[in-house]
Design a protein around this ligand. Structure first.
Ligand code: NAD
Ligand code: TYD
Length: 356
């Protein structure tokens, strides 16, 4: 049975480390294993932001490499140097963008996983963690999905992630690669790119802009604080004998979009009139829900951040870090925003011109 025990000086590869969860994970890892060496490989797409990792620049044992996980030469060169632990966070992650333009999702979320797995086959690692998602189950209308539930992804993001998830498993079953797969629910917290629900609502509300709610606003997600997701991953790295297994990560904290809007507006003391319904997302999954008992049994892990506290602290973080998000809500983001949302009333935003 392989042990997950870690010692000082071990080498971690964190792909996608300049994104939301990857950068939170690097922070958690450095706290837990200060003497470990950490290499971040990140393409710095629109969602990757070096500012998320600026505190580590020039610190001992930390290296940042700008590169694409689909680029076999870059990946081979890095793996040839040797890694003990690999965590693949790198992905295209926004469902709405996957609906408009699925190609890059298929590349990064499937082919990119293949490139990493091939390198890990040539240069053995102690564990390869593929960060998958609960969206691979598709919408869950009954009991929360266990790890053996069928994978029925319904949008190109979820389908590409399901491909990467199963490819990673196939390298365990076929080549004995020590793969572990995690399927976490929706994350929220600091440093999340403001196209996703909670940072979009928080930053729009701070700016006095409308909160675009798809369809009825009754679509439900299980929300977890990113620090809890990262502590689950650290716990799994340390768990012995889990190779080849899938672990759901959840928080038993289901909320619908209108409830989230109310919490965000409440935290900012902004009026409910900012809620604005928009034409629904095509194929919008009504609900995601996972049973994460397997993780609890294997590690004893439990989420620690109470949701209402987590939301208030997160909203406060966006209030206090306008310098982080304001530059992101410009240029290409505004074009995407205009293209993506069709407001159902004609009320124009202050300074926004007529709504389309
Ligand atoms: P994110 O979009 O904030 O960050 C993704 C990072 O990957 C960015 O830094 C980006 O530059 C990098 N990247 C993209 N394509 C790349 C490529 N080809 N090569 C190298 N780097 C590349 O995403 P996130 O929310 O931090 O999600 C991280 C992972 O967690 C993803 O795999 C996602 O599917 C998974 N996940 C996310 C959630 C969530 O709620 N955010 C939930 C479950 C699982
Ligand atoms: P999102 O953050 O895009 O995550 P995912 O779709 O991957 O779960 O969306 C979370 C929920 O919020 C989902 O039901 C879609 C809804 N939503 C809105 O209603 N308006 C928005 O502007 C966004 C981004 C999401």
């Amino acid at each position: 049975m392989a042990s997950g025990k870690q010692a000082a000086g071990e080498r971690y590869l964190v792909t996608g480390g300049a994104g939301f969860i990857g950068s939170s994970f690097v922070r958690a890892l450095r706290r837990r294993h200060p003497r470990a060496s950490v290499t971040v490989l990140d393409k710095l797409t629109y969602a990757g932001n070096p500012a998320n990792l600026s505190e580590f620049e020039g610190t001992p044992g930390y290296a940042f490499v700008r590169g694409d996980i689909c680029d076999a030469a870059v990946v081979e060169r890095l793996f040839a140097g040797g890694f003990d632990w690999v965590l693949n966070f790198a992905a295209e992650t926004h469902v709405d963008r996957s609906i408009g333009d699925p190609g890059q999702f298929v590349m990064t979320d499937m082919y990119g996983v293949y490139t990493l797995l091939e390198a890990a086959r040539r240069h053995p690692v102690r564990r390869f963690v593929q960060i998958s998602t609960d969206e691979v189950y598709g919408e869950v209308l009954g009991d929360p999905a266990g790890e053996e539930a069928p994978l029925l992804p319904r949008n190109p993001y979820a389908a590409s992630k399901a491909g990467g998830d199963r490819l990673a498993y196939s390298y365990f079953a076929t080549y004995g690669l020590p793969v572990v797969i995690t399927r976490c629910c929706n994350n929220y917290g600091p440093y999340q790119y403001p196209e996703k629900l909670i940072p979009l609502f928080a930053t729009n509300a701070i700016a006095g802009e409308r909160l675009p709610v798809y369809g009825s606003g009754r679509n439900r997600r299980d929300w977890i604080h990113v620090d809890d997701h990262c502590s689950a991953l650290l716990a799994l790295l340390e768990a012995p004998g889990v190779e080849g297994q899938v672990f759901n990560v959840g928080a038993d904290n289901e909320k619908d979009v209108l409830e989230i809007a109310a919490l965000v507006l409440g935290a900012l003391e902004k009026p409910a009139t900012l809620v604005a319904h928009v034409v629904d997302r095509p194929g919008h999954d009504r609900r995601y829900a996972v049973d994460w008992g397997r993780l609890r049994e294997a590690t004893g892990w439990r989420p620690a951040v109470p949701f209402e506290e987590g939301i208030r602290a997160t909203v406060r973080w966006y209030q206090e870090h306008e310098d982080w998000w304001r530059p992101l809500k410009s240029g290409e983001f505004l074009e995407f925003y205009k293209r993506n949302y069709k407001f159902l009333d004609a009320r124009p935003e202050p300074g926004e011109g007529p709504a389309t």
